[in-house]
Design a protein around this ligand. Structure first.
Ligand SMILES: Nc1ncnc2c1ncn2[C@@H]1O[C@H](COP(=O)(O)OP(=O)(O)OP(=O)(O)O)[C@@H](O)[C@H]1O
Length: 596
């Protein structure tokens, strides 16, 4: 996207407050006009005074008072306008900054998991904050300085030509020199600044990745290595940034030099014209003031291009995220699902993350409401992906998934997901209070309901240990809790949601045998009357499933009850035998499959 188009898009984001923005722009024009009047009036005053120097010419007090009065009036008007613009421009840009940030935040939350898989949260946070801040600085500078500066340039130049053609031409040459110079520097540095921004994003990603994994860094004694890696990125960033800064420093110095030379040239040319009787002293004074004003505006314009240039890559990244269309979205004719009963059908469903290798291949099965179906198979065989397709974390490339006979793509996403509760492999908790985490399951849940859900999830006793009970804040991703406590909390969360379809993705894997056995009973009570999908590596936990689907390389290779599959003597039977051996070796008196 060219820098001009980018800027136009940034300004177009003010359309929600178009009237205020337009008023501010007009106030800027008025300001520019008022500022222009000052040097002209000053010149006129000098001429009135100069004329009175001649013998027999009295001082024209009427004109003197008129010009002085007008000058005061324009001065006061400029101050008043300036205050109005500064005050409202500030508020407007802050309001819009927060609004675009909030809009992008909502948009990003709705983007598919595949997008989040490819984009680190640290990078996204940086894009959101820096992009919005960059736009705010452009809006602010547009209303505070640049709108007036550009209007003045457009108005000043032709007017100065009208006042004195030759002196005006000098100013025109100056503007052209500025334009050529800035264009040259822009072209030289645009790609470089893009690289700089990529390093900035990499830096944000690397730092937030490290901060999210402090336990690993400390236990693997990686502090020095991580700090070194970060320094390497900052060194690369600096190496890319330095030439850009040098070019812009050169541009600033050159424009300053051109400005000084122009002022000098105006003075010399003006004096020469005056000596030839072709320009009055007032005209020279007017032109000197005009040139100073114009140079001030030109330098502002250069400053603006510089700000725009530095912010452009950040804003471009912001727009790139904002333009990412959710691949999983409501169809225009999608309807609300209402309360589903939970009959689930997969018909020839295939899905690939990268478009090359299938994560799920031609999966077909049907589940009646209230049935419990277990998915087993080697790690990476496609179990989680299959169930992710059910709540439309992604859409399959081929095949159909239906609930209660209705294609899930004909239902609104929100109403479909309302009917499905997921206990994820990683508990995924918020760094908020226990109550707030539970409220994700049921926003209006009462304290009693929360306590009941925690009791069902075998979490009452751990709640009692928390210093502030339900109000206890549990740290980033629930870090202040043990793995088992996190899992019980996430189970309580889904119990509060009370959905007709339940997905338990390794829900009990972090629990000790005794808690797991207790929770298993609680889960069985919860599972009754709901369609439940269970992913479990420990086959003991799925002994009572109505049906077991055995996955290998994304395909279902066997299906049946526990007894049927063991009797069949295939893949599952081998898996079961291996686990009996493993459990017999490590837990001679433990709860092996035979005992549960
Ligand atoms: N977000 C992702 N992007 C790309 N590939 C992925 C993604 N998630 C999973 N995969 C790949 O898809 C395949 C199936 O993964 P999936 O998580 O469904 O397996 P699984 O059977 O649930 O494994 P596990 O038992 O270890 O949880 C794997 O090869 C995995 O590497």
């Amino acid at each position: 996207m060219s820098i001009i188009r980018l800027y136009a898009r940034v300004l177009s984001l003010l359309r929600d407050e178009a009237r205020l923005a337009l008023t501010l722009a007009l106030a800027n024009v008025a300001l520019a006009a008022a500022l222009f009047a000052e040097p002209v009036l000053f010149g006129r005053l000098i001429d009135v005074l100069a004329r009175a120097q001649a013998p027999d010419v009295p001082l024209d007090t009427r004109r003197l008072t008129l010009f002085a009065g007008l000058w005061v009036a324009f001065g006061l008007f400029s101050i008043a306008m300036g205050v109005v613009v500064a005050l409202h421009a500030d508020r407007l840009s802050h309001r819009r900054r927060l609004a675009v940030m909030a809009r992008l935040f909502e948009h990003v939350l709705g983007l598919p998991l595949s997008f989040h898989g490819e984009n680190h949260s640290g990078r996204l946070l940086k894009v959101m904050l820096e992009g919005a801040n960059g736009m705010a600085s452009l809006w602010l500078s547009f209303f505070r300085e640049h709108c007036a500066a550009f209007v003045m340039l457009v108005v000043l130049l032709p007017l100065s030509l009208v006042i004195n053609l030759r002196l005006g031409a000098l100013l025109l040459v100056l503007v052209l020199v500025f334009a050529v110079l800035i264009n040259f520097v822009l072209r030289r540095t645009q790609t470089m600044q893009g690289t700089v921004e990529r390093y900035h994003s990499a830096l944000a990603e690397r730092a937030s990745d490290a901060l999210g994994n402090v336990p690993v860094i400390q236990s693997f004694t990686r502090i020095e290595a991580e700090a070194r890696a970060l320094r390497e990125t900052t060194d690369r960033l600096l190496a890319a940034q330095t030439p850009v800064l040098s070019w812009w420093a050169l541009a600033t110095i050159s424009t300053r030099a051109a400005a000084t030379l122009t002022i000098l040239a105006v003075f010399l040319l003006g004096t020469w014209l005056h000596l030839r009787g072709e320009a009055s002293i007032g005209e020279i004074v007017t032109f000197m003031s005009l040139a100073t004003l114009l140079i001030g505006r030109l330098e502002q314009a250069v400053g603006f291009v510089n700000v725009l240039f530095m912010q452009a890559p950040k804003i471009a990244e912001f727009f790139a995220v904002a333009d990412t269309a959710p691949t999983v979205a409501d169809r225009p004719d999608a309807v609300a699902a209402g309360q589903l009963s939970g009959a689930v059908t997969f018909d020839g469903v295939s899905f690939s993350y990268d478009g090359k290798r299938s994560a799920v291949a031609d999966v077909t099965f049907a589940v009646s409401p209230g049935e419990t179906v277990a998915l087993v198979g080697a790690t990476g065989s496609g179990k989680s992906t299959t169930l992710g397709l059910l709540y439309r974390a992604f859409d399959p490339q081929s095949g159909t998934i239906s609930v209660d006979g209705r294609d899930i793509r004909s239902l609104t996403l929100e109403s479909l997901r309302h009917n499905i509760g997921v206990v994820f492999q990683e508990p995924m908790l918020f760094a908020r209070s226990i109550a707030e985490n539970l409220a994700a399951g049921k926003p209006d849940a009462s304290e009693d309901e929360m306590r009941a859900a925690l009791a069902k999830a075998q979490a009452s006793e751990f709640l009692a240990r928390q210093p502030d009970g339900l109000a206890t804040v549990i740290g980033e991703r629930g870090r202040t809790l043990s793995g088992g406590e996190r899992q019980r909390l996430s189970i309580a969360r889904v119990l509060l949601k009370n959905p007709p379809i339940l997905i338990l993705d390794e829900a009990t894997s972090a629990l000790d045998a005794a808690t797991e056995a207790k929770l298993q009973k609680a889960l069985e009570a919860v599972m009754a009357g709901r369609t439940t999908f269970v992913i479990a590596h420990r086959l003991a936990t799925i002994r009572n499933a109505d049906r077991i689907l055995v996955f290998s390389d994304g395909r279902i290779i066997e299906s049946g009850t526990f007894a049927e599959l063991v009797a069949k003597g295939g893949h599952f039977a081998a898996l079961a035998r291996a686990q009996f051996l493993a459990e017999a070796e490590t837990q001679p008196e433990g709860a092996g499959i035979a005992e549960t």
